[in-house]
Design a protein around this ligand. Sequence first.
Ligand SMILES: [Fe+2]
Ligand SMILES: [Fe+2]
Length: 307
Amino acid sequence: MANLEADVLGICPQDYHLPNDIVDHLLCHFSDGPLLSDVAAKAIVIAENPTSSVRDITLVIESDPSLAMRILRIANSVLYSPATPILSLENAIARIGFRECTSIIYASCIARMLEKSTLADEWTRTVLRDHAFSTAILSRHLNELLSLGYQGEDFTCGLLHDLGRILIASYSPSIFQAGDDLTFGDESMQVTHEDRLWGSNHCEVGAVFVARSGLPAAAVDVIRHHHAPAEEPHPPLVTLVAAADHAANSLVCRTYTGTYDPSTNEYFSELISHRSPAERATLLEQFIELIGQTNDATSQMIAAFCS
Ligand SMILES: [Fe+2]
Ligand SMILES: [Fe+2]
């Protein structure tokens, strides 16, 4: 089948196979380092330690002026709407809290990776960025709506779930475009299509890359299984991000026609399966409202992170 598709495209099939050890190629390609800079990785370890102080994390982050500026700008943005301008990094971190600080660090790393990427096509860059942020915001909304109790992993894993797409598109726009038209239609078929054409898929590439970058196993699980969370037992975080991803697919380029039907979201249905029929009906209505709100929140977040 791969040969047939390549023939239709008029290109030698070997041109459309990912390199055997694609992660090695990607690590070389992103030679500035893996996903997180040293400063970002250290800051996250400190932020996740309950005994750390605001001063501890400030000391690390201020050694990366670009990250420090971004946190300061976000703390002063409409996302947090401080009553008076926050002028110091220490005050900014105290204002937003450690959990948000970790989310901002991951989001900054993704934004920086997209800025530095060699994606020639601005539309592809925009679609991938918007989808990452929309899925992250919806993951956070659903975590709160369903009281799942995640403390920021929801946002981070939503943000990272399609990292493999960003990596492959940056590595080779032509390989990427041959395998992924970014229509966000039947995503399970998308993975099958990638396997046939590339001999791998964006879930596997993203998972291996993130594992090599030293991120927690929970993030690797989400990235690897977000299109098939039911194939084997996984923590609810995988199903949560899959549910958010399903809904975010209806928000491509931040246009939402209001036609999304959450009852088609099998992952959301699984998350609420133990609730009473009345509760499920209410949650489905609340889910629809959240999707409508996500567009505005995505625009605000992108303005804060990517300007
Ligand atoms: Fe995906
Ligand atoms: Fe996705």
